[in-house]
Design a protein around this ligand. Structure first.
Ligand SMILES: Cc1ncc(COP(=O)(O)O)c(C=O)c1O
Length: 495
């Protein structure tokens, strides 16, 4: 095969015009300007004179003449091994120049741009220190098998680089999930009702976009996951959020009916109310489904961490009781690790196409390689083994933290509502303590903890902290609780 001439891509030389005077002078000027504007930065290599001559269709001597001029001016430098490059001595000057270039845009931002910028601030991930939720560390990291499967499927198996894939996700993973959720959660579905997502967050967003007509109302638990309420505050227009209070049995269906009988949908966390931690009672489940059936409303069942249960038997899913009305959302963020970004939605058949249609516009389809890795991990029984192992670790850590809180934190300022499942517990604070300020001081001290009050509507707000379970070093956790206790006491002092 004939050797192809290398074409140099240097946008700044595009303006050179052979019919307008000496080319070496034009080239010198164009390269000088590229350095001044920051298109070329100190240390950037220049193409060889041979390559550039070929690209421009001029004699090599023309390029050498321009380079020599810029070397003489100190704009370029050259070395035997590295060739010609933009001089490092210009670093200071170009930095000053590029600062001038980054003067903020004068185009005013839209309301929605400003409000999404606020969302980003609120969803900034916490550092991986006690008591951040979902940090796979120590014994809760997936085993070596995960890494081995990764290598295997990426190099030879189904996960090798390929063309565009199915928006719904790869079939082997959907088959594995259908089997897994039937056994573990009594979810009844065919693989073609499953859509693989990058986690529950995207599923919640897609539901918010496809299930509603303008002016519809939606029930949202009070308190609820901010990832749900923030969608209805920022990303959806013309749909009214009706906050329905939660008590020890879960969402108060009767109150929901009084507030908004004709709501189009209800977003709930029946296995493990977020953030309070209790399961929805059977009576409430029945009442919720009866209301939904009567009103033709959708139920969105966010089942984010029900696999991690420390006592008793789990309730079967709501989906299993009404597969035509319930959209079941699952994730591997809690049972494996959040950076995997894989979850799934189990949908009534008629919702599969609209759901996938929107997902195509967002991200086309989930990354293929990890889907194959995960399918094998589930099919060969490793996921359930991993869950059994991590459940024991979290149970141990949970007991340890409960002991530390009892020992170090004064009961009159803070008390625990531990729940019996999941990856977090609620530490309520006395009413006069501001939980957002406590969380912020804790963060300054290296403790990753979230305030609970933003999960409530304004009317129901009460202060507390969301204490995540993680397999951190015991001494690290002890120090963190001691420090947290000091912070709570400082904030709890009468003013
Ligand atoms: C209640 C609840 N729903 C959904 C999610 C989102 O999970 P994912 O990582 O799958 O997007 C979380 C994450 O913490 C959660 O707590």
């Amino acid at each position: 095969m004939a050797r192809m001439a290398k074409v140099v891509e240097l946008p700044s030389i595009a303006k050179i015009n052979k019919s307008q005077g000496k080319i070496s002078a034009q080239l010198t000027q164009a390269l000088r300007e590229a350095v001044q504007s920051g298109d070329l930065q100190p240390g950037d290599p220049l193409p060889s004179s041979r390559e550039l001559a070929q690209t421009l269709g001029v004699a090599r001597g023309t390029i050498i003449e321009a380079y020599d001029q810029l070397l003489a001016e100190g704009v370029f430098d050259s070395q035997a091994r590295t060739g010609t490059y933009v001089s490092h001595a210009l670093a200071k000057k170009t930095t000053q120049h590029s600062q001038k270039e980054t003067i903020p845009s004068v185009i005013p931002l839209t309301k929605s741009a400003l409000s999404y910028a606020q969302v980003l601030k609120e969803f900034k991930p916490l550092p991986h220190t006690p008591f951040a939720v979902s940090v796979p560390i120590g014994r809760t990291q997936p085993s070596d098998i995960w890494r081995k499967f990764g290598n295997k499927f990426r190099s030879r198996g189904a996960g090798v680089p390929s063309g565009y894939g199915e928006p719904q996700g790869v079939l082997s993973l959907r088959v594995a999930i259908a089997d897994y959720v039937r056994r573990s959660r009594s979810v009844h579905c065919e693989p073609d009702q499953i859509v693989i997502t990058p986690g529950i967050q995207q599923s919640l967003y897609i539901c918010s976009q496809i299930l509603f007509e303008p002016k519809d109302e939606v029930w949202i638990e009070d308190p609820a996951y901010r990832g749900t309420t923030a969608i209805f505050e920022h990303a959806v227009q013309n749909i009214r959020m009706v906050r329905v209070p939660v008590d020890e049995e879960g969402i108060q269906v009767e109150t929901g009916i009084k507030l908004s009988k004709h709501a189009r949908a209800a977003f709930v966390t029946p296995s493990h109310q977020y953030p309070l931690g209790m399961p929805m009672s059977l009576a409430r489940r029945t009442a919720l489904l009866a209301w939904a059936k009567q009103q033709n409303a959708w139920i969105i069942e966010d089942d984010y961490d029900s696999e991690l249960r420390y006592n008793g038997q789990p309730f079967p899913s709501l989906q299993g009781m009404a597969p035509d009305q319930v959209i079941y959302l699952g994730t591997f963020s809690k049972v494996l690790f959040p950076s995997l970004r894989l979850g799934y939605a189990v949908l009534p058949k008629e919702l599969v196409a609209p759901f996938c249609g929107l997902r195509v516009l967002i991200d086309r389809h989930p990354p293929a390689a990890d889907q194959h890795v995960l399918a094998a991990f589930i099919q060969e029984g490793y996921l359930e083994r991993h869950i059994r192992r991590t459940r024991n670790v979290y149970a141990e850590v949970r007991e340890y933290i409960i002991g530390l809180i009892e020992k170090y934190i004064p009961q009159e300022l803070a008390w625990l509502q531990p729940g019996d499942q999941g990856m977090h517990m609620v530490l309520w604070l006395a009413h006069h303590i501001n939980d957002i300020e406590v969380a912020s001081s804790a963060l300054d001290a290296g403790i990753a903890i979230k305030a609970i009050s933003p999960t409530f509507s304004k009317e129901q707000q009460r202060p507390g902290l969301i204490v995540g379970l993680g397999d951190f070093e015991p001494e690290l956790m002890r120090q963190a609780i001691k420090k947290l206790s000091e912070i709570i006491q400082q904030h709890g002092k009468p003013t």
